[in-house]
Design a protein around this ligand. Structure first.
Ligand SMILES: CC(C)(COP(=O)(O)OP(=O)(O)OC[C@H]1O[C@@H](n2cnc3c(N)ncnc32)[C@H](O)[C@@H]1OP(=O)(O)O)[C@@H](O)C(=O)NCCC(=O)NCCS
Length: 230
């Protein structure tokens, strides 16, 4: 159970000076599968607007790293293929139509206190600012390994309610809270034993895409959130 006392959460663009603290969050979240310092540096240099840090009491406790791509290019590509092996230099496409989540990480000691919720507000700002059609990402299904002998992945991801038999996946439940819908299953998406290496492609469309009022919405964050959660 989380014992951290919730403080003020702030989200801002990452700076090169943040690298050591970002690496701490990366290691605590992903262990040796986490991004290296070179990868994070490359991401900041390639798309600084899309690399965000969440701070609580001036300490970096979460990160979101994104790039812009064309949704048509995703296909059944792996995380490594779609992110240039995590460096995004060759895959970030400024004229693309989709904000793509490269990684979302919250330090284990700071989970379940609203860090991701604050980060998602900033995802909304980004897709409105760049007038992108949607945000997409490859989500995990970290509970699937417990039930894989009982249910096919195609049926497992459809479970939304706890029917007392097989509960919905915790991470899909998390993404549903932000209005993300499942697009497709990508086998061998990344190295993630709990998810049996499945990635679940998720999408949330930008409700303000190409709308004349999007600039007003960008200035007033409350409007953004009202529209997003409508
Ligand atoms: C998944 C993860 C990013 C969630 O971050 P977080 O900061 O703990 O999430 P929040 O506290 O902002 O929670 C937002 C909402 O989702 C819910 N939620 C968070 N984690 C959840 C989980 N594991 N299962 C079910 N619901 C969850 C919260 O209860 C909250 O709901 P509410 O607003 O209705 O109360 C974090 O657990 C993490 O870093 N996990 C490991 C890395 C990972 O899987 N990243 C995402 C895939 S790339």
């Amino acid at each position: 159970m989380n014992t951290i006392k919730k403080g003020k959460i702030e989200v801002r663009m990452a700076k090169i000076e943040d690298l050591p603290q970002m690496l701490d969050v990366e290691r605590a979240t992903w262990g040796k599968e986490g991004a290296t310092e070179e990868m994070i540096k490359s991401r900041i240099e390639t798309f600084s607007d899309g690399i965000l840090v969440a701070l609580m009491d001036n300490k970096i406790v979460g990160t979101l790293m994104t790039q812009i791509i064309n949704a048509d290019d995703i296909g059944l590509k792996t995380w490594y293929g779609i992110t240039d092996d995590g460096f995004i230099k060759k895959t970030h496409t400024p004229k693309g139509d989709t904000l793509y989540g490269v990684s979302l990480s919250v330090h284990p000691l700071y989970r379940q206190i609203g860090i991701s919720r604050k980060i998602f507000e900033n995802i909304v700002k980004l897709i409105v600012k760049y007038n992108l059609k949607q945000v997409m990402l490859g989500g995990r299904v970290p509970d699937y390994y417990k039930f894989a002998d009982k249910i096919k992945i195609e049926d497992y991801i459809k479970i939304e309610e706890d029917n007392g038999n097989i509960p919905p996946d915790s991470e899909l439940t998390f993404y549903r809270k932000f209005g993300l819908d499942i697009v497709k299953i990508i086998p061998n998406y990344f190295k993630d034993p709990e998810s049996l290496n499945y990635g679940i492609l998720l999408r949330r469309k930008n409700p303000c895409f190409n709308k004349f009022y999007r600039w007003f919405i960008l200035i007033n964050q409350n409007w953004i959130l009202n529209i997003w959660y409508d």
